[in-house]
Design a protein around this ligand. Structure first.
Ligand code: ZN
Length: 463
């Protein structure tokens, strides 16, 4: 029995669940975004509990194919209706303001204001979560019922805050083990006032770090990353490129507080030790586990699992992003997450660490699903047999500035954008366009068009 195993056996789930709910409640009102004082305040709270190195990277710093963006610090934002009443106010809910909105103060008629207002007609009482990090604009999010009730007339909009050169912040907690081989747990810290996505992931990661820090003998070193989504992982990979040879296993921690059963998205290779360790750990706990193959969108697994890095990183969640109605809305609040679910999630992560420490599972040979797919797709294809090489294989290339990706994030992904991500991720010389169409389930024509667009943008070359 390893000592991590003993930590699991003696875990007080009730106390841990309560403590994670408390931490989520403490972090819930903080105005987080990709950058800014909200991330710093969040990391400050985390750093009171576990040893945390906080890093600041200045605006304009190149990181892989990206550049660290300007820093955003919103202060006040509201809309007054023609009668002068504040109908939408950022002070009431952080989701009311589109993330990275530029400052504005003007009067305008409803029909000109309307394109800046975002709502959910299917969920008319909820506020949606919207951001526009890489295309400068401004906007508000509000319940559809309220939007529908707005009278014609002249409105006053006011957004005060700064969107200027500063820095991007992330935190890194390293618990050294007897070897320098690392298990990396990564959580995004850029979401404002949303509980399951992703205060649940932060709370579980912090408590896992606390539990592991209390274990005197560990084989692995454990690194906990608390970074903004996409650009944070890209920055971390860029700054740690030279020492990734110690990166052994990774997990993305998110969506861990809802009532759903566990869900594991495999690493890009699909047959690594972490993929097997999660399955063994969850079986040992008697927990139900739904497993699915890697796909190149979602959280930061798409950066760790880009073809140049191809790191063994899976995603262990309860209900995955986008598959519960509260996702990215004001209904993902503190009442949506449960102490018992968080405690079960902590146990799942601790059990996975115990399995890794024991070294009782090995990575398998070639993933059978992958082999079968490749065999099937070699017959009866011609144009689709073409293979490409991704010319920016380290992390995801910045597609927005090349016009290959929509500006306003948070809404559902379009088929075309998914095809672009699939082609980039799988174009390592091993997979033909036909293979990619098979694996992604997207129409071959859409995959071919994506390959054409990427070639034109200089991101792909034919082999
Ligand atoms: Zn999210």
């Amino acid at each position: 029995m390893s000592t991590v195993r003993q930590a699991l056996a003696t875990l007080d789930r009730e106390a841990a669940g309560r403590s994670m709910m408390d931490l989520a409640a403490e972090l819930y009102p903080i105005r987080r975004s990709l950058t800014g004082d909200g991330v710093r305040a969040t990391l400050d709270r985390i750093g009171r509990r576990i040893p945390l190195d906080v890093h600041e990277l200045p605006t304009g710093t190149p990181v892989l194919d990206w550049t660290v963006p300007r820093e955003w610090n919103p202060r006040e934002a509201w809309i007054r209706d023609p009668s002068g009443r504040r109908v939408v106010d950022f002070a009431d809910h952080n989701l009311h303001l589109v993330g990275y909105s530029a400052p504005v103060h003007r009067r305008l008629p409803l029909n000109e204001l309307r394109p800046h207002l975002h709502s959910l007609p299917e969920q008319p009482d909820l506020i949606p979560y919207r951001t526009s990090y890489y295309v400068e604009t401004w906007g508000f999010c509000l319940p559809h019922r309220l939007l529908e009730s707005l009278p014609d007339g002249e409105y006053e909009v006011f957004i005060d805050g700064s969107l200027e050169d500063g820095s991007m912040t992330w935190g890194d907690c390293l618990l050294p083990g007897s070897t320098t081989e690392e298990v990396v747990i990564s959580s995004h810290v850029c979401h404002p006032q949303l509980a399951n996505d992703n205060l649940s992931g932060i709370a579980v990661a912090v408590h896992l770090a606390e539990a592991l820090a209390a274990v005197p003998e560990r084989r692995y070193s454990y690194r906990f990353l608390f970074a903004p989504g996409t650009i944070g992982a890209i920055a971390w990979l860029a700054r740690n490129r030279e020492r990734l040879d110690t990166f052994r296993h990774g997990l993305i921690a998110a969506n861990l507080g809802d009532g759903g059963s566990f869900h594991y998205k495999k690493s890009r290779r699909g047959n690594t030790e972490i993929d097997r360790a999660v399955a063994v750990a969850l079986a040992g706990l008697g927990e139900e586990l739904v497993t699915e193959d890697f796909f190149p969108f979602g959280y930061d697994e798409r950066q760790y699992g880009s073809p140049g890095f191809d790191l063994p990183v899976g995603v262990l969640t309860r209900t995955p992003w986008g598959r519960y109605p509260e996702y990215h809305t004001s209904a993902d609040d503190l009442s949506f997450i449960r102490a018992g679910a968080l405690a079960g999630s902590l146990a799942a992560y601790l059990a996975t660490a115990a399995v890794l420490e024991e070294g009782s599972v090995q990575s398998a040979g070639a993933a059978p699903a992958e082999t079968a797919r490749r065999r099937r797709s070699t017959t009866g294809r011609s144009a689709n047999d073409r293979r490409y090489r991704n010319l920016e294989p380290f992390g995801e290339p910045q597609l927005g500035r090349r016009g290959l990706y929509g500006g306003l994030g948070g809404a559902g992904r379009k088929e075309r954008e998914m095809a672009v991500l699939w082609v980039l991720n799988q174009s390592d010389g091993q997979h033909s366009l036909g293979d990619i169409a098979d694996r992604s389930g997207l129409p071959a024509g859409v995959i071919r068009k994506a390959a054409d667009a990427l070639s034109e943008a200089g991101l792909l070359e034919v082999i």
